[in-house]
Design a protein around this ligand. Structure first.
Ligand SMILES: Nc1ncnc2c1ncn2[C@@H]1O[C@H](COP(=O)(O)OP(=O)(O)OP(=O)(O)O)[C@@H](O)[C@H]1O
Ligand SMILES: [Mg+2]
Length: 475
């Protein structure tokens, strides 16, 4: 997510560890601290890149180079990987565990809200505490974790349906689409009571749910214990919007806020520790040159101390090295990785939008591509509706789509400006803020959109990116 203007870091780094990592020439070479356990090697390592003459040779060369750098699976550098240690989060792990510990004794813990900017380890810490708790209880017992990412869920209806269905043991138990909201709620409560015990419901990116659909569903969930007969629900909300509770109804706010834990951003030195741990696990000895970890950490520290960004830089730097057929990753690969990442962030952001938001964005891009001009919100809604119907989806109401327009704007993908229409009042004109040539293919990759996607240009060689098999694009 692009930072908001007030969150944006200053252009010039003031901290010496950042300044030095970004301008290593300023420091004597032997002053540079090699990454612990990562031994420097003497020569440059940029082997001349043989140009493969066919796709087959190219793929073979990628497969061969794979083993040059990595110790084993490259999953170690992925977001989904939960490392065994989370340096600089010991205090937060203990705090989360303290809040949830009563569940181990069969008591009901307080609801918990976790705040912190992006990439500060919120999801990772909760996942680790969850693992630790589940390891200590009988799997058939009275403690259940349900973890949902609200960023991928369109409506309160689908949230409640998904929660309910996570307890369905057989197909007939499942809540189908089409029931009234009240009926879905009642069925969800029944399924929870059938399961019984303490249910720890982790609502990751809870702020996106509230921005999209208000707080009614949180009201329902936060007072559900008065209606449950056997089970007890505990809410664990995770948000990267520090002010999101300001938008909540006072009752919901006080129920959700029973316990609150703040995750501060990492500084450059902390990010170096995180990266060294991962690099040691991911790469063979001697593969990571001095300055690589420092540079990844410095760039990420300037981006609000985001560990995800730091890891993505290291992973991409290794891809750049592989493409160069290099035997080692150098600081120059990190610079290339940074340039590439800036493009990829848009694509990644688009890929994780919820379904109707993707359809909306695709409709906006289509209109914009046709007209090369701003599109008014009324027209956008009509195009979205037509497209949703073509795709066999039940279109959402104009109000939900208007919320999605605001969400796309806050993600920096579009710009909406108010325009006056004389007596016709005011409306919003929407302009696209992303390169259409990269964003449309990213959306068309989704099976949801692909039926209306444009044909792929002939003669363009499309290769699968091996590190990210879901992703296909010109390499
Ligand atoms: N202390 C740490 N040690 C090791 N890895 C970490 C640490 N903190 C974060 N990470 C890694 O950084 C990445 C981002 O962390 P995580 O997803 O937990 O951030 P987040 O705070 O949930 O971000 P967001 O608000 O964007 O969801 C993950 O791959 C995670 O494993
Ligand atoms: Mg997260």
């Amino acid at each position: 997510m692009p930072p908001s203007p007030e969150d944006r870091p200053a252009e010039t780094p003031e901290r010496p560890e950042i300044a030095q990592a970004l301008n290593p020439a300023a420091a004597p070479v032997n002053d540079r601290r090699p990454a612990a356990g990562i031994s420097p090697s003497p020569s440059g390592g940029n082997a001349p890149a043989g140009t493969p003459s066919s796709a087959g040779e190219f793929l073979d060369s990628i497969l061969q180079s794979k083993s040059e750098l990595y110790r084993g699976s490259r999953e170690v550098l992925r977001d989904s990987y939960i490392p065994s240690r989370l340096p600089h989060r010991e205090q937060q792990i203990r705090q989360v565990a303290e809040v949830l510990a009563p569940a181990l004794r069969g008591d009901t813990p307080s609801n918990l809200l976790i705040y912190g900017k992006i990439g500060t380890g919120k999801t990772a810490v909760v996942a680790q505490v969850r693992q630790d708790i589940l390891r200590r209880v009988d799997p058939s017992g009275q403690l259940t974790f349900v973890t949902l990412n609200c960023g991928n869920i369109d409506t309160p209806y689908s949230l409640l349906q998904t929660i309910g269905n996570s307890f369905a043991r057989t197909e007939p138990d499942r809540i189908p689409t089409g029931w009234s909201l009240d009926r879905v709620q009642a069925a969800m409560r029944r399924l929870m009571d059938t399961k019984g015990g303490t249910i720890l419901l982790v609502l990751d990116e809870i702020d996106r749910l509230v921005a999209r659909s208000g707080d009614n569903v949180l009201y329902t969930l936060s007072q559900i214990n008065t209606e449950l007969e056997v089970a007890r629900l505990v809410l664990i909300g995770i948000s990267n919007d520090l002010k999101f509770t300001n938008h909540l109804d006072a009752r919901v706010r006080s129920r959700l806020n029973e316990e609150k834990i703040l995750f501060p951003p990492y500084d450059a030195v902390q990010l170096q520790d995180i990266l060294r741990d991962r690099a040691r696990e991911a790469f063979k000895d001697g593969v990571v040159d001095p300055g690589v970890v420092e540079r990844c950490a410095a760039y990420a520290a300037l981006e609000n101390g985001d560990a995800r960004r730091a890891l993505a830089l290291l992973r991409l730097a290794s891809e750049m090295a592989e493409r160069d057929h290099a035997k080692r990753i150098t600081p120059d690969h990190v610079v290339k990785a940074k340039n590439r990442l800036e493009q990829d962030i848009i694509v990644e952001c688009v890929r994780t939008l919820p379904p109707h938001c993707k359809v909306l964005l695709y409709a906006i891009l289509q209109s914009f591509e046709r007209r090369r001009n701003g599109v008014l919100t009324g027209e956008v809604y009509d195009s979205y509706k037509r497209l949703a119907e073509r795709l066999g989806l039940q279109p959402l109401h104009a109000r939900s789509i208007s919320n999605y327009v605001s969400e796309l704007e806050s993600l920096g993908l579009i710009r909406a400006t108010i325009v006056s229409r004389g007596r016709g009042g005011r409306t919003r004109e929407i302009l696209v803020d992303v390169p259409i040539s990269e964003t449309m293919p990213a959306l068309e990759e989704d099976p949801l959109i692909s039926p209306v996607g444009r044909p792929k240009p002939r003669g363009q060689m499309l290769l699968t990116n091996f590190d990210n098999p879901g992703r296909t694009g010109p390499l």
